[in-house]
Design a protein around this ligand. Structure first.
Ligand SMILES: [Zn+2]
Length: 265
């Protein structure tokens, strides 16, 4: 174990945003499953980005302890979603392991699907989440204003703004709507004082821990593949910013994840 924490303290490590069914994990996915079965990782939410990989994620993690699933179509992939795809998504939501719709949203930075298509696909999936009373996992890049204006129309819908990268004013507006902020590896980046400030300003009850693995590895793993257990470095930094001990912080983050994703359990 690293950091200042004694080995004998059990941390509740929760990664609410992972893509372990991606090919980058083909050679060692079993090791990650074993960490989940043993409780070394307390909870993982595997997040789909297309209908196909949502289906693959369900296959890969069927029955694996401590794993929940979110299914949905990423804004980059919006262009490929037809009515049949939407029907398939709806049918997946009936599975007991599926607890959320995502990742969905708008990405006007990379613009890999036309903006109008992204908006329409985002709306359709929000309607589905709303009708199933499920939380949403929202991806936003260069479209905070647009996403905010859309989400505020869905009163009562809950969710997380994954990999939050907006400013304090925008953070405040999403918190006011009842959304959580998803915090991952970028909080450890030297130049990211802005995100550390957001974390200090946000009540700990509204933060959600995540990795987005295989992407966004924390320090000291930059340039390498990220993986769920590295969420520990995120939790350590959140604890530092909130001036909490890491054990209490990890428990609170676990509680938050349960509140959002499994309120009935
Ligand atoms: Zn993601």
């Amino acid at each position: 174990m690293s950091g200042q924490t004694p080995d004998n303290i059990h941390l509740e490590l929760v990664d609410t945003h992972a893509h372990v069914s991606f090919p980058q994990f083909d050679h060692d996915r079993d090791r990650i499953k074993a960490q989940l079965e043993s409780g070394e990782l307390s909870m993982l939410i595997e997040v789909g980005t297309t209908v196909e990989d949502s289906l693959r994620a369900m296959e890969v993690f069927k029955g694996v302890k401590n794993v929940l699933l979110s299914v949905g179509v990423h804004p980059h992939e919006s262009d490929g979603l037809d009515d049949r795809g939407l029907e398939t998504l709806k049918s997946l939501l009936k599975d007991r392991q599926v607890v959320a719709v995502g990742e969905i949203g708008l990405d006007f930075y990379r613009d890999l699907s036309p903006r109008e298509v992204q908006k329409s696909v985002f709306l359709k999936q929000l309607e589905i989440a709303f009708s199933f009373s499920l939380p949403v996992v929202v991806h936003v890049r260069d479209a905070y204003e647009e996403v905010y204006e859309i989400l505020r129309r869905f009163k009562g819908l809950k969710g997380v703004i994954h990999a939050f990268s907006g400013g304090p004013a925008m953070a405040g507006r999403f918190l006011e709507l009842g959304y959580y902020l998803g915090i991952g590896g970028p909080i450890t980046y030297r130049k990211n004082d802005g995100l550390r400030e957001i974390v200090r300003l946000t009540p700990i009850e509204k933060l959600i821990s995540e990795t987005d693995c295989p992407y966004l590895p924390p320090v000291p793993f930059r340039g390498k593949r990220n993986e769920p257990l590295y969420v520990r470095y995120v939790v350590e930094e959140i604890a530092r910013q909130k001036e909490m001990d890491i054990y209490t912080c990890s428990k609170q983050l676990m509680y938050n994840a349960k509140e959002l994703f499994t309120p009935d359990l």
